[in-house]
Every structure is written in C-alpha cells, then in structure tokens.
Ligand binder design. Structure first.
Ligand SMILES: C[S@@+](CC[C@H](N)C(=O)[O-])C[C@H]1O[C@@H](n2cnc3c(N)ncnc32)[C@H](O)[C@@H]1O
Length: 486
C-alpha cells in the first residue's frame, strides 16, 4: 500500500460503473487520483457490454505515484484493446503528476494549459485520496484562487472535478461520508448543492443489518451527482451483503435529506421508513436551544497546552478539571484515579481563559468509542453532588461539550431535563443519521430540536437521582411529549 492509500475494491468499482446513465456518443472520462485504474477499467467494461456502445471513449487519468502510474498505463492499454473489440474508439491521456496543481492551471484562463468548458468531461469517476489539508499549504492556496475552500484532499479533488465537468456530466465518487455534516465541510456542501444535483447516496451498511462492511467502506458513501441540474428526489441505497451489491434502495424526497431551514446545510442520509419517522418526530419538537436560553460550547481546557496550570491533585487553590472519563451514568464522578490532572490552578489567566463559574452544566462527550452503546453520552455536573468540588470555579476538558447560559451554569432541573433528553434513544438514533463517524460536534447539538422547557423540567425529575434504565427513560420521554398539559 503506497502512502496509506487504498485501491478501490473491483466489485465496488463495478458497482460505481453500474450507476452510469450517460448515453453520449463520445464519453469523456476524468479520473483524478486514478491509482491502478480500476474505475476506468470497470467503466470501459460497462460501456462495452451495452447493446449500443458509445462511438468514442476518451480518458484523462491523473496519478502522482510513479509505481501506480506504471500499472495504470498497462490498464489503459488493456482498456484500449477491450474497447476496440467492442467497436469503441479509445483514447487516453495519462498525466503523471499532481491533480490539484494541474487542474488549477487547466481552470486558469491566463495559463497556456487552460481548457475551455467545451473541452470538459461528461463523466467523472473518482475514489480520491483523503488527508486533511492545511490552510497554509500550496494546495489550499491554489484552491482558494479557484474560490474553493477545501479542508480535506477528497473535497478538493471532487470540487475541482465538478469545475471540470460539463453541464449534465455525471460525477460518481467513493468518498468519506464526513462531508454530510459538520462545520469543516460546509464550503464543500455549498459548492456541491449549488453546482450539482445529488441523485444517489449509497452506503455500505444498513443500520438494521447484522452484516458489517469492512470498516473503511463503512465510513464511505458513493455519491452520484449531475452537474448543473435541478435537485430532485435522491435515491438512497445500501449494501447489506457483499459490498458490490445493492440490497435495498428507495427514492426520497429532497426535503428529507436537505432541509430548507438548516443553516448548516447538512445532508441527512435517510434509510427507510424507520429513519423517516425518526426525522418526522424530531422535527415536530417545538423548541430550539436558543428558545431555552441555553448555549453549547466545547470545553476550554486543552490539557497539553495548559500544562503549567494543571495540577494532579485538588487543593483550596484549584478548581476541578473534568474529563470525559469522569462521566458515569448521568453523573460526574470526580476526582479521577487516572494519571490525568484533577484540577486547574486558580490564577488570573485560568479564570479568564480556562475556567467557568461553578454551577450546573450538562456535559456531552465529543468522541465516543465505536464499542460504546450510545453515540451521545451526557451527564450533569452538579457541584453539590461532587465531593470536594467546593471551588467557585470549574474546568471542562476539550473532549467535552458543555451546555451553559451565557458562560454560567443553568438551573439544576433544566440540567437534569436536558441530560435525560440527550440520553434518550430518540437522540441517539437521530444522531446516528448524521454520519458514520463517532464525533458529536457542538453544531450537531445546536441543530437538534428539544422538548419545551416545561417538558424538560418534568423529564428531569426521572433522572435527578441517577440515569434510569434506557426503556424507563424512553417511556418517560414518550409520556412527556404526549402530555397535553405540557
Ligand atoms: C484511493 S486511491 C484510488 C484508487 C483507484 N481508484 C484504484 O482503484 O486504483 C487514490 C489515488 O490518488 C493518488 N493521489 C494522491 N494524491 C494525489 C495528487 N495530488 N494528484 C494525483 N494523484 C494523487 C494516490 O496515489 C492514489 O493512487
């Protein structure tokens, strides 16, 4: 494996080729980051097997790794032979170099390499590399010149490919599903939703199935989009068995996946009737966090940056420092017996930059392990119940999100109500719709709907003595939501 890159499994390449609908006489294929050329080979096989194959296939393939480019050259030669046998004229151009640099020049009118839109492609196939892109890197600068804000190589590749696609071109990409939510991919979602119409999202595991796709595929989706088309319904499909097959698919109204009133422009992958009713239930909840006068932020203490201020043990001159590991069954259990520091020294810097006034806060883990039963894990920090937490201050470590009111605590009843709600199966299952990863961002928590204040206060009474069993909590939420008096 070169530089941690994975080649596309051939059965997945065939699945992607099977999604091609384009029927032009001349097919111009672009594959950026083509590896050994599996996607091109699968596409040529697909076209050759058609009752009326296209007259011409022209391929442009970019590959930066010399060894892979050698294999790619062989694949392209084999494709030419295969296409010829099917009566297709096949031409290919192998560009051994960096796609981002080359494509930026192709799009720059002032460069000799500039290609006018009529030379652009009508089929883009890609399984791009993924790696975070530093904003001060050459790649990021080149992209900014094209008004593309990319935070990862894969969104950079797909964004540039979209620019190189003709109106009506099909873009079929195997990419991580992380682009569907979160603030880092907002720029990409904007570009995608503005310049293309999404027509299919294919995932590799149904939530209800016992089949586990391999972990790399599970984090990925096949996105099919059409350049400069009007957004219509979206087909959502999934593979329950072998990753090369489609075991179920359903056409969803666009408003289910892309909500008009969502400022973050998340793309919700909805699978089947169960997910649909879950979304409907969540959207019926009347209240936003702002209505409750509550905000959610990320813990201020980044421990390795604040080493000078952290203390192993608590003293009258320190404030408790709470880590995700301290969240136990809806409560905070502190001090911890681990090697992590237990407290933050009280001084002018820490009071200003790291600490919050002591009070009731709802804490939510930002990262949950895959094995953890729940995606959203919430607990209440109630200083009255944390032995030894007499300090007027408290610190929350950066792997936690905390609910607060203008930087201070909230009432105990509301804190228990929010904690109980966040720990329900409704929130857990709803959060899993966002994406395959196990992160809970503040934007996710802000975009949730909440029960009313009265409903939350009632719900809090079932959890203030500790987190009840899941079914008890879920039934309590059901009762509260159905109660006509709340
Ligand atoms: C996931 S692999 C694609 C695999 C390919 N579909 C196949 O099955 O052979 C991504 C490819 O992008 C190439 N790559 C990474 N960065 C690149 C860049 N800046 N320009 C061109 N190719 C790049 C990698 O060398 C790798 O071969």
């Amino acid at each position: 494996m070169l530089r941690g890159q994975y080649m596309t499994p051939y059965e997945v390449a065939e699945l992607m080729a099977g999604l091609i609908n384009i029927t032009a006489d001349e097919i111009r294929i672009l594959e950026p980051g083509a590896g050994i050329g599996s996607l091109i080979a699968a596409a040529v096989e697909f076209f050759a097997a058609k009752p009326t194959p296209p007259r011409v296939i022209k391929v442009t393939a970019y590959e930066r790794e010399p060894i892979l480019a050698m294999h790619l050259e062989i694949t392209l030669r084999q494709c030419a032979i295969y296409a010829k046998a099917a009566g297709i004229h096949f031409e290919s151009q192998l560009i051994r170099g960096d796609f981002i640099k080359r494509a930026s020049r192709t799009l720059d009118v002032k460069r000799p390499e500039y290609k006018a839109p009529d030379e652009h492609y009508n089929l883009i196939l890609t399984n791009p590399p993924y790696r975070k892109l530093r904003s001060d890197s050459l790649h990021a600068r080149l992209l900014r010149r094209q008004s593309i804000s990319a935070t990862n190589l894969y969104t950079a590749f797909v964004s540039l490919a979209i620019r190189l696609a003709r109106p009506g071109a099909e873009i079929i990409a195997l990419i991580p599903r992380s682009f569907c939510n979160g603030p880092f991919f907002r720029g990409f979602r904007k570009l995608l939703l503005r310049d293309t119409a999404i027509c299919r999202l294919h995932v590799f595991e149904s939530r209800s199935s016992v089949f586990k796709a391999d972990s790399v595929l599970q984090e990925n989706v096949i996105l099919k989009a059409v350049r400069s088309a009007d957004q219509g319904d979206v087909v959502v499909s999934c593979a329950n068995g072998s990753p090369g097959s489609i075991s179920s698919e359903e056409s969803m109204h666009k408003s289910l996946l892309i909500w008009e009133d969502d400022p973050g422009e998340f793309i919700h992958i909805v699978l089947g009737a169960e997910d649909k009713s879950l979304i409907a239930l969540m959207r019926r909840l009347p209240t936003t966090l702002a209505d409750l006068g509550v905000e959610v932020s990320t813990g201020r203490v980044v421990d390795f940056r604040a080493l000078d201020h952290l203390r192993r043990l608590a003293s009258p001159h320190t404030a408790p420092l709470i880590y995700p590991g301290d969240l136990v069954a809806g409560h905070v259990v502190w001090p911890h017996q681990t090697r992590k520091p237990n407290s933050v020294a009280l001084n002018e810097v820490t009071k200003k930059k790291l600490l919050l006034p002591s009070g009731n806060y709802v804490l939510v883990k930002r990262f949950t392990a895959k094995e953890e039963r729940r995606r959203v894990v919430a607990a209440v920090y109630n200083p009255d119940l944390v032995l030894g937490a007499e300090s007027p201050w408290v610190g929350f470590e950066n792997h936690l999100n905390y609910y607060h009111s203008a930087g201070a605590g909230i009432s105990a009843q509301l804190a228990y109500g929010l904690m109980a709600y966040l720990n329900t199966s409704l929130v857990d299952r709803y959060s899993r719709l966002y994406s395959g990863h196990t992160q809970v961002n503040v934007t996710d928590l802000r975009s949730l709907r909440y029960p009313t204040l009265a409903q939350l206060l009632t719900l809090g009474s079932v959890a203030n003595g500790g987190l009840p069993e899941q079914h008890v909590l879920d039934q309590a939420l059901g009762r509260v939501l159905e109660s006509p008096s709340l």
